[in-house]
Design a protein around this ligand. Structure first.
Ligand SMILES: [Zn+2]
Ligand SMILES: [Zn+2]
Length: 176
């Protein structure tokens, strides 16, 4: 019988940022990886990721490549032997090591007509506003943070339009 697993996925070092994600028992860690990348704006073309039991240094379930291949991708969720309340880990990018804490909150029956996996809720966003727009008296939600601008202790937040004009600097998409 297929089940649905409801996970809370939170960034370990920015716990305020979380997503609730439902995955079906017969789906794989590759499917789960894919939706986590998407939900946290992790890029889907550059970095490896891996799920692991307690400590990543003690070995994980196998690496997953951005294209969904890798020896950790094929394992089915139901094969992990999880019960409600269990926690495990996920690391994205073996260089920067962005750690996530996953909690299995509930095991449920699948709903008819629902496409899994899916994100069902997320933290309340605390929006940043575009600095360039703000100078002109406009309030626009920022989408990017410039990694090359920060000076005098302030951070440079930019909306999509202002980012287009903000040439040549490396910026990262803000996760809300
Ligand atoms: Zn702007
Ligand atoms: Zn800049």
């Amino acid at each position: 019988m297929k089940k649905v697993y409801l996970f809370k996925v939170a960034l370990k070092h920015r716990k305020r940022l979380w997503r609730r994600i439902e995955v079906r028992s017969d789906q794989t860690l590759g499917d789960f990886d894919n939706i986590i990348r998407d939900a946290f704006n992790h890029d889907t073309w550059d970095h490896l990721s891996e799920f692991f039991r307690e400590r990543w240094s003690q070995g994980g379930f196998g690496e997953i490549y951005p294209d969904g291949r890798g020896n950790g991708a094929k394992k089915r969720i139901e094969r992990l032997g999880l019960s409600e309340g269990d926690k495990f880990g996920y690391v994205y990018d073996f260089g920067d090591e962005i750690h996530h804490v996953l909690t299995l909150e509930k095991i449920m029956e699948p709903e008819r007509g629902v496409k899994y996996p899916r994100v069902i809720s997320k933290n309340k966003p605390r929006y940043r506003y575009c600095e360039m727009c703000e100078e002109q008296g406009k309030k626009t939600i920022a989408k990017w943070i410039c990694m090359e601008c920060p000076d005098e202790g302030s951070e440079m937040f930019l909306c999509e339009d202002c980012m287009d004009e903000h040439d040549g600097h490396y910026a990262e998409e803000i996760v809300y």
